[in-house]
Design a binder for this molecule. Structure first.
Ligand code: GLP
Length: 241
């Protein structure tokens, strides 16, 4: 794992955006694996600026997102479909049928397998952007998830529901299940960038950087087995290392 340490969230976002836009320029039909949450918001903002100022085009790009809540309509303002549209897709020239997210209204085993098949049919993910949960979850792969499985339905832990409650009117409105790419799916990506910002992530980043072998109790540890992982973390996220 390669670490890029930066001063703050702005610098982290700019670095991640530069890596992504460089790939999009070099490979205009690349497949981007995208993440949601607070951490990537400014990365998307920087990519939108780059699209507007430098004309980086997404007209042949496909995107596949990591996860979506179960039982939430894609039009719901709290869905990850809405997040991606409002933070990124509506500002760039990507055709809607080239943006793919798990459908939270089809949480079946067959549907999950079809999401993995879709990724394979696109030629696999060239670059996967990841955040990290405080308990080390990536996507919605909670501690205890086998590190080899594909897309599946998960029950969210109380701490993850609590962490995401800030986007809902109250905790009871946060879904208790999600569909997520599995760690096995994520590890098939050719390149992975994990971004982390703020002191809330310091313990998770410390554990990740200390990892020498994959461990089910800390899902992000699976990344040590991948040959091309870059972690971009700011001073606060690195404050316990
Ligand atoms: C969420 C998402 C993850 C994200 C993580 C951290 O639950 N499913 O993909 O990386 O938690 O989120 P944030 O960036 O808001 O801290």
């Amino acid at each position: 794992m390669h670490l890029i340490s930066v001063t703050n969230n702005n610098e982290m976002s700019q670095k991640a955006a530069t890596i992504i836009s460089t790939l999009v320029t070099q490979k205009p039909n690349a497949v981007l694996g995208l993440a949601t949450g607070g951490t990537p918001e400014k990365t998307y903002k920087a990519l939108v600026m780059d699209h507007q100022q430098n004309g980086t085009s997404y007209s042949k790009i496909h995107t596949v997102n990591l996860d979506e809540y179960v039982g939430i309509n894609p039009q719901d303002s709290n869905s990850y479909h809405s997040y991606m549209y409002h933070h990124f897709f509506k500002y760039i020239d990507i055709p809607a049928n080239q943006t793919h997210l798990p459908d939270g209204e089809h949480a079946s085993v067959d549907y999950c397998a079809s999401y993995d098949q879709l990724i394979e049919s696109l030629g696999g993910v060239d670059l996967q952007l990841l955040g990290i949960g405080r308990n080390g979850h990536i996507g919605f792969n909670e501690p205890g998830t086998p590190l080899t499985i594909g897309t599946h339905v998960v029950k969210l832990t109380p701490s993850t529901r609590q962490a995401n409650a800030r986007y809902f009117t109250d905790l009871s409105k946060v879904p208790d299940q999600a569909i997520t790419m599995g760690i096995g799916t994520i590890l098939k990506s050719r390149k992975i960038i994990l971004i982390a910002s703020g002191k809330d992530k310091a313990e998770a980043v410390r554990r990740l950087l200390d990892c020498s072998a994959p461990d089910d109790d800390f899902p992000a540890s699976a990344l040590v087995a991948h040959p091309d992982v870059t972690i971009i973390a700011d001073e606060q996220a690195l404050s316990l290392t």
